[in-house]
Write a protein that binds this ligand. Structure first.
Ligand SMILES: NC(=O)c1ccc[n+]([C@@H]2O[C@H](COP(=O)([O-])OP(=O)(O)OC[C@H]3O[C@@H](n4cnc5c(N)ncnc54)[C@H](OP(=O)(O)O)[C@@H]3O)[C@@H](O)[C@H]2O)c1
Length: 403
C-alpha cells in the first residue's frame, strides 16, 4: 500500500511503501530512496510541523548567563525554540545527559577565557535522531540512536555536527559513561600509564565516573589496584569491580595506610583530586613511578579553580625517584578516541566492563529526572555522593524507542 505526501512548498513528492520512502526530486529529477523520513534542509523552515513529527516548537535548555564556579549562580534554565540542524548536523532528542566535574569549570569560563556568556552548558548526551541535514542523511536517519561528546548537551534537543556523534545500539545510559569518563581512563592508562603486570596502581575518586574505569583497566593489565573513596558503600562497590584495596579515607588515614601497606611505593597514580591528595601521592611514588594528573576537583569550587600543592619540592622528589608527573586532557588525544570507544563497547557487550550509572535514585530528593534536576545532580557529585557516573534522565522514552 502506498501513500503520497505533497509538502507545503510543493517541491518534492514522497511516496511511502511499507516504511520505505521513495521519490523523485522535482527540481533535479534525481530518484531517491530512504529507509525513513529525512528532514531535509530545503524544508528546514517547515520541519517542525512535518507530518508524523513529535517535535515541539519550544524546548528547555541550560545556558551559562554569568561566569561563576557556582553552577547555580552561573546557569539559567531557558525556554527557546527547538533549533534547526544544518547540512551536516543531527537534531538529537536527549534522553540522558552526563554530569562531569568540569561542568563547573566550563560555567566559570575556564575552558576558553575568550568566550563570553551566554553559552550553552553540558558536554555529553545520548538520544534519538529526530531531524537531520541532507549530508548527514548519508549516514544517519530519523530514529537512529546516537551518543555524542559536544557542547550544549544540557537541553531537551541539541543540534550536533554528525562527526561528533557515535552510533549506539540502544539509548542506554551505560553507553554515556564511556564517552568522556571511560575514554579518559582508557586512553590515559594506555598512553601515559605504561602499566606493567604486577605493578601497584592508585586511583583517586575511584568509585566515580572516570575512576571506576581506571580501576578496571588497571586490573585488566594485571596490576594491584588501590582506590580511594569516602564511604563504605563506595568501598563495597570498588570490591565488585576488582579493586584490591579500597581505602575509605573518612575512616582510615590514607597517608598512614599507603606508607604501611605499600612501602615500595605506587608505580602509577590516576589522580583526580589535587592539592593535599596530589602531594600525598607524590610522596608515595615508587622509583620510576608515574603520576597522571587527571584533574584537581578539590579546587574547582574556589575562585582560582586550582588547589595549592607543594610545588617547590616537586623537582627534588621526582629526581630522587626518577619519577614523573604527566598531564592528561582528553581533547588532546582524539586520535585514540575511535579505537577506545570501539574497544570499550565490545568489552561492555561481552560483559567484561562494568559501566556504573548513578541517576540519583538514592539522592535526598530522588531520581534526576528532567533538565531542572541537572542542578541537583551537580550538587550531588560535589557532595561526593555518587557511585559511578552521574546521569540525568532528561526526557521520557519516545513511543517507539529502543529503551
Ligand atoms: N583530564 C581529562 O580529560 C578529564 C576528563 C574527565 C574527567 N576528568 C577529571 O576526573 C575527575 C573526576 O571527574 P568525574 O566527572 O568522573 O567525577 P566523579 O569522579 O564522578 O565525581 C567526583 C568525585 O570526586 C571525589 N572528591 C574528592 N574530593 C572532592 C572534593 N573536594 N569535591 C568534590 N568531589 C571530591 C568524590 O568522590 P569521593 O567522595 O569518593 O572521594 C566525588 O564523588 C575530575 O577531577 C575531573 O576534572 C578529567
Amino acid at each position: 500500500m502506498s501513500t503520497s505526501f505533497l509538502l507545503r512548498n510543493g517541491k518534492r513528492v514522497f511516496s511511502v511503501i511499507g516504511g520505505v520512502c521513495r521519490g523523485t526530486d522535482a527540481l533535479s529529477g534525481v530518484h531517491f530512496i530512504a529507509r525513513r523520513f529525512i528532514i531535509d534542509l530545503s524544508y528546514s523552515t517547515h520541519f517542525m510541523d512535518f507530518k508524523g513529527s513529535s517535535i515541539p516548537s519550544s524546548m528547555k535548555k541550560l545556558v551559562v548567563t554569568k561566569l561563576s564556579q557556582n553552577f547555580r549562580d552561573a546557569v539559567a534554565l531557558q525556554t527557546v525554540p527547538v533549533p534547526t540542524p544544518g547540512d551536516g548536523d543531527l537534531l538529537v532528542r536527549n534522553r540522558f545527559v552526563g554530569i562531569n566535574a568540569s561542568d563547573i569549570n566550563y560555567s566559570a569560563g575556564r575552558y576558553d577565557p575568550t568566550v563570553k556568556p551566554p553559552f550553552d552548558a553540558g558536554f555529553e548526551g545520548i538520544g534519538e535522531v529526530v531531524g537531520l541535514g541532507l549530508s548527514a542523511s548519508a549516514r544517519y536517519t530519523v530514529g537512529d540512536t546516537v551518543a555524542y561528546f559536544a557542547d550544549g548537551a544540557f537541553a531537551e534537543y541539541t543540534v550536533i555536527p554528525m562527526i561528533k556523534t557515535v552510533p549506539v545500539p540502544a539509548v542506554k545510559p551505560e553507553f554515556l559513561t564511556l564517552l568522556l569518563s571511560g575514554a579518559t581512563a582508557y586512553i590515559a592508562m594506555k598512553r601515559l600509564g605504561d602499566l606493567v603486570k604486577g605493578e601497584t596502581v592508585l586511583v583517586t575518586a575511584a568509585a566515580g565516573g572516570t575512576g571506576q574505569f581506571a580501576v578496571q583497566f588497571a586490573k585488566q593489565a594485571g596490576c594491584h589496584v588501590v582506590g580511594t573513596c569516602s564511604s563504605n558503600e563506595k568501598a563495597g562497590f570498588l570490591k565488585t569491580i576488582g579493586c584490591d584495596r579500597p581505602i575509605n579515607y573518612t575512616s582510615e588515614d590514607l597517608s598512614a595506610t599507603l606508607r604501611k601497606e605499600y612501602p615500595q611505593g605506587l608505580d602509577v597514580v590516576y589522580e583526580s583530586i589535587g592539592g593535599r591528595i596530589f602531594d600525598m601521592a607524590v610522596n608515595n611514588l615508587a622509583n620510576k613511578g608515574r603520576l597522571i594528573v587527571i584533574g584537581f576537583i578539590s579546587g574547582y569550587q574556589t575562585a582560582s579553580g586550582v588547589p595549592t600543592v607543594k610545588g617547590g619540592t616537586l623537582p627534588v622528589k621526582l629526581l630522587q625517584k626518577s619519577a614523573s608527573v604527566r598531564g592528561f586532557f582528553l581533547p588532546h588525544f582524539l586520535a585514540d578516541y575511535k579505537e577506545a570507544m570501539g574497544s570499550m563497547m565490545q568489552m561492555f557487550a561481552k560483559g567484561k566492563l562494568v559501566c556504573e550509572v548513578d541517576c540519583g535514585d538514592m539522592a535526598p530528593e530522588g531520581r534526576f529526572v528532567g533538565l531542572e534536576s541537572v542542578f541537583r545532580a551537580v550538587d550531588y557529585m560535589y557532595a561526593g555522593k555518587n557511585v559511578g557516573k552521574v546521569v540525568v534522565e532528561v526526557t521520557p522514552p519516545s513511543l517507539d524507542s529502543k529503551l
